[in-house]
Design a protein around this ligand. Sequence first.
Ligand code: SAH
Ligand code: MG
Length: 198
Amino acid sequence: MKQKLLEMEQYANENDVPIIEKDTIVYIMKLIKEHKIKKILEIGSAIGYSTILMASSDEDVYVTTIERDETRYMECLKNVKACGLDQKINVVFQDALEVNLPNDNKYDLIFIDAAKGQNINFFEKFKYFLNDGGYIITDNLNFHGYVGKSDTIESKNLRALVRKIEEYIEFLKANSEFDTEFLNIGDGISVSKKKDEK
Ligand code: SAH
Ligand code: MG
């Protein structure tokens, strides 16, 4: 599996696939173990790199991951098989905003790592699938250092995207159902913990 992961890193590098940073996946794998997380939902599989590492972080960890790009989905399936993890990982080929998950599917961790302008929509849609005390982690909240500096960005598209991430951060800070920590790990993540229902 180590060799396979190296090959995936190389593929990602050559094909501009934005896979998770080392520090971030190390943090997530530790969280999975510490909190005995069993069921994970990932939005944005790409080629399966973070999926495979999360699924292999502990026994009895199962991951459902959603990818809308066909080439990446196919690549992800191939990699999951090659690592012998097809019993632990379910790869769904669909736009996450259109997917219909069974209502009784509940997850201990939801990892949002897809279109960066859609974070609020993903959060609002999938929070219903989180167990009490579960976590929602969102990646790339620094967006390569642009976040917090949107006013100085010349490119209109990039500025709009970075503004969306800034809005998402405000949305999380104001959210009373979740307590959120912002960590300067990798490209920046948020760790939102659902408050227990009283
Ligand atoms: N989690 C991966 C990287 C994901 S990159 C890793 O760290 O290894 C982000 C991926 O999200 C891209 O492959 C993109 O195609 C996918 N994506 C973006 N918007 C999506 C959506 N609405 N539904 C499903 N996948 C989406
Ligand atoms: Mg990412």
